[in-house]
Design a protein around this ligand. Sequence first.
Ligand code: SF4
Length: 248
Amino acid sequence: MQAPLLEIFSSVQGEGPLVGCRQLFIRLAGCNLNCSYCDTPITVGEKGCRVEIATGSSKFEYLPWPLNINDAITYIHKNFNLNNHHSVCITGGEPLIHHQLLSKMLPMLAGTKKGIFLETNGTLPEELHQVIDHIDFISMDIKLPSAANIKPCWGLHRKFLQMALTKSLYIYVKVVLSDKTTHEELNEVYQLLQEEAPGVTLVMQPVTPFNGVNSPGVKKLMLWQAQALQHLDDVRIIPQTHRTMGIL
Ligand code: SF4
């Protein structure tokens, strides 16, 4: 089976409650959305899958495409000590569009301290169902139409949360906030979480400015967090930290 892998690298988680945890990142190509602030590479370069040769070096070698899943897993086990990592972070793009591949690949990535961590846009509940038994942590986005400039995904996010909560795993929800974020859509988020997942941590992440999308000011962030805390127990403001550290 071919594996549409874009990047493999060892780094620290830069977002959310698990910020700072050492992870082996595996980035898959492709996404079902098209967010305006997306700065993630989601199509393969002509050189193939890039791998950072030494952590933090920004020096890469390339595994030429097409990449066979068994070859990729062999490479990972040979070049990275999974036991030194908190978890394997499966990211994208949107990794769940490759659920058949993930069903095969994830069981071959045993050996970290805590398991498999999935970063997802939270819009593919049926695909999550196919792989949920292999996953230990979920970082789920709730996409706000104002910041992402896409159609609302409320129904899909609701189904996704319902599916995720059928298993005992660690899940948190992240919303990326911009200066265009509205009170109305934040209220939708609070209502959704109150109804489906009242105990889940909500991370408010100010957008890292990109492509004309700007971060809200500190005043707005503090106000929104205070409002969110009237509905939810655990609401945290956490910006992207890997950007400030200058790491992958
Ligand atoms: S869901 Fe993520 S990867 Fe996909 S377009 Fe939006 S920001 Fe980019």
